[in-house]
Design a protein around this ligand. Structure first.
Ligand code: NDP
Length: 324
């Protein structure tokens, strides 16, 4: 089977190789992969920009969808359509950028009704995470009538999907982006306004004028710190990413004087029992137009080139990889 293999000798190298399927790791379900994707984490793993992979050789790819090829798990049968996101696949267990994967049945979910294998990967880990961020705002009591919601890293996979979901739910969304050329794209997803990230990436005062009922942040660093200082009394910030910086140079002031909540969002180990309902919500909320607007399709042979584009902030939307 063809796979993207990352090896670590003196330096890290990534190449497409023919691998005997008998080398696949242990697992009770073997899946013929149809679609995988390029997430920020995959791009950092493939380019070596992030210490994502701990065991070599590794097939990256933190998500995939496809058809069951062989199953020793009674919950899955040959020919069944399935998808996987997270669980350390593509990090500690061979992942989705290959023609086959062998995984635990506990990590797979049957394809949600109403979605194709391609659509589930246009959503992928990024879209699943965007839904978790929206749910974090809801759990914080942020409602469509509460006020404006800021979304950072707006052009990316999480950002683009979060804008679409929020707009479909009736929220007023302000996209914050480093790419002026993407203004029309972000407005077409449902943002009412697009602001340059340069308005937010300078150190701010501990408290600034209140302007956001909620924030979905994918970039971290000074941008997140500035937004925390601008969140309304009782507001909620859902933080899931570090595309700009993993540091957070903030103070306690917005927390103790404005009662705001900073909610972390993690998608990798969300309980299997909770996942089908989250996917059903994504299926219901995302309009058909979303899949056309956001998806760029590439082949396995283009993955390394696109991984470099992604880590250099030259990509927009979701990059889906057609495996077969
Ligand atoms: P993408 O690469 O698709 O998008 C990231 C976006 O962030 C870019 O499109 C760009 O948007 C912006 N950006 C990139 N570099 C910088 C920079 N140096 N400074 C400021 N903005 C920048 O990534 P994803 O959407 O897939 O992921 C976004 C983040 O969320 C990543 O950090 C990822 O690791 C994290 N993540 C976390 C998950 C979790 O479980 N917690 C799951 C999935 C993702 P623009 O040009 O519009 O500003």
């Amino acid at each position: 089977m063809k796979a993207l293999l990352i090896e670590q000798h003196e330096t890290l190298s990534a190449s497409i190789q023919d691998i005997d399927a008998s080398r696949l790791p242990s697992g009770d379900v073997t899946v013929d992969i149809h679609w995988s994707t390029l997430n920020y984490k995959d791009a950092r793993a493939i380019t070596g920009k992030g210490k994502i992979i701990r065991q070599f050789p590794m097939i990256p790819g933190i998500d995939f969808s496809g058809v069951v090829h062989h199953s020793e798990d009674p919950r899955f049968h040959v020919g069944q359509h399935v998808l996987l996101t997270g669980w350390g696949v593509g990090e500690t267990h061979w992942g989705g950028l290959a023609e086959q994967a062998k995984v635990s049945g506990d990590w797979l979910i049957p394809l949600p009704q109403g979605l194709s294998t391609r659509q589930t990967m246009i959503i992928g880990t990024a879209g699943f995470t965007a839904m978790l961020c929206v749910m974090a705002l809801e759990q914080g009591g942020v409602m469509p009538e509460s006020g404006d919601i800021a979304v950072t890293g707006a052009s990316g996979g999480v950002g683009s999907t979060a804008i679409t979901l929020l707009s479909q739910l009736g929220y007023s969304v302000v996209a914050i982006s480093s790419k002026p050329d993407n203004k029309d794209y972000l407005l077409s997803l449902g943002a009412k306004e697009v602001l340059p990230v340069s308005d937010f990436n300078q150190p701010s005062r501990p408290l600034e004028k209140q302007r956001w009922a909620g924030v979905i942040d994918t970039v971290g660093g000074t941008v997140l710190a500035t937004l925390l200082a601008q969140v309304n009394y009782n507001g909620t910030v859902a933080a899931c990413g570090l595309a700009s910086d993993s540091q957070l140079p903030t103070t306690v002031m917005p927390f103790i004087l404005r009662n705001i909540r900073l909610q972390g969002v993690e998608s990798v180990t969300v309980a299997a029992s909770k996942r089908p309902a989250i996917w059903q919500r994504l299926q219901k909320l995302l309009p058909d137009s979303f899949y056309q607007q956001i998806a760029n399709e590439i082949t396995l042979h283009q993955v390394i080139e696109y991984a470099n584009k992604l880590v250099n902030n030259q990509a927009t939307g979701r990059t889906v990889v057609k495996i077969r």
